[in-house]
Design a protein around this ligand. Structure first.
Ligand code: PLP
Length: 370
């Protein structure tokens, strides 16, 4: 390659390719459109009252100056809510997954993951020395086949609710097959936190399966309306992560203000069963209004994430623009985020969306998606 070829040229070329493929990502500032795209499923982000906090900002990593009694009490409180022996807070769900997956399995161990697993888990696996295989999405036979081919410690990585499809993992069946092959499960509860279970405890607890899961990751950036995440598991797991999870060790700890926000969100969640019921009623209303034509394109899901397949980046982007012009903040999910041919309009339903808004949203989807 010529010495004149600069890195600036390379990045410009790569961006150009994305543009030509209609898959260029860009940032947008928030709009006044009707929210059918945020993860703020319960509206917590709109009105989370945080205790007045005149004390500490961030001061350092947890292992140096960033730890506090407040941190540890909050971890205990959240672990108790989720019926776990212990928990360790990370700065985000991305950090939690990267830290957990990169250190939990060694050479000779295997991580088997659902093909639709979140990017943060994929990245964590890439940083580990373990072997890894994917299994077909939510397919028990495919998982069992992979389990039969594996030795060493086996970890199975799944999500409660898949972020781009909105469907749930068949957790009871996965637990049964993992018990048969003595594999440990790591369950990412990001989109189930605040959504599944009477008080939003998540999928594992809604099925009384929490004791069967080796580690659960609950993120605070979706329904909880703040940011951060907790890894739940045994005391030994917590201690292990403090020693080996690099995204925990080598980063500044959350500030006191952030901890207050997380605590307020959990306090609010405990009193939110009516709001959670409203969310599920809105999801049912949305589904009941769809015509047979749209139902045939809908990815089956009972979560707030409802996706309608509209293949091809160009086509789905046009539908997105048209929906936004009609006043709805709804986003297209493009290839390469999803497989080619599986591009989609992703609608996030919230507890605060009104009946009128949902009706208008469906009426516009019917008109715009052919
Ligand atoms: C399934 C899943 N896990 C983890 C994350 C990362 O969480 P956070 O946004 O807190 O970094 C996300 C968010 O996009 C997610 O959807």
């Amino acid at each position: 390659m010529s010495k004149d070829f600069k890195i600036e040229d390379k990045i410009r070329d790569k961006l150009l390719i994305r543009k030509e493929r209609n898959s260029l990502r860009s940032l947008r500032t928030s709009s006044n459109l009707i929210d059918f795209c945020s993860n703020d499923y319960l509206g917590f982000a709109k009105n989370l009252s945080v205790k007045e906090c005149k004390d500490q900002g961030a001061t350092g990593s947890r292992l140096i100056s960033g730890n506090s009694t407040q941190f540890e009490l909050l971890e205990n409180k959240i672990a108790a809510f989720h019926k776990a022996p212990a928990g360790l807070i990370f700065n985000s769900g991305y950090d939690a997954n990267i830290g957990l997956f990169s250190c939990i399995a060694d050479k000779g161990d295997t991580i088997i993951y659902d093909q639709y697993i979140h990017a943060s888990i994929r990245d964590g696996i890439r940083l580990s020395n373990a072997r890894s295989f994917s299994f077909e999405h939510n397919n028990i036979a495919s998982l069992e086949k992979k389990l039969q081919q594996t030795d060493g410690h086996i970890l199975v990585a799944i999500e409660s609710v898949y972020s781009m499809d909105g469907d749930e993992a068949p957790l009871e069946k996965i637990v049964a097959v993992c018990e048969k092959y003595k594999a440990d499960i790591i369950l990412d509860e990001a989109h189930a936190t605040g959504v599944l279970g009477k008080n939003g405890e998540g999928l594992a607890q809604s099925l009384n399966l929490e004791s069967k899961i080796f580690a659960r990751v609950h993120t605070f950036g979706k329904a909880m309306g703040c940011h951060g995440a907790i890894v739940l598991g045994s005391d030994d797991l917590r201690h292990y992560l403090i020693n080996f999870a690099r995204s925990f060790i080598y980063t500044t700890a959350l500030s006191e203000h952030s901890l207050h926000a997380i605590e307020s969100a959990y306090d609010k969640l405990k009193a939110s069963s009516d709001i959670i019921n409203q969310l599920h009623q809105n999801i049912s209303l949305f589904q009941s209004l769809l015509s047979v034509k749209l139902q045939s394109k809908l990815i089956s899901s009972s979560s707030p994430i409802q996706c309608i397949l509209v293949p091809e980046n160009e086509t789905v982007k046009k539908v997105e623009t048209d929906l936004q012009n009609k006043g709805f903040d709804i986003r297209a999910i493009l290839h390469p985020t999803v497989e080619e041919g599986k591009e989609r309009i992703r609608i996030c339903i919230h507890s605060f969306n009104t009946e009128e808004e949902i009706k208008m949203c469906v009426a516009n989807l019917e008109k715009l998606i052919v």
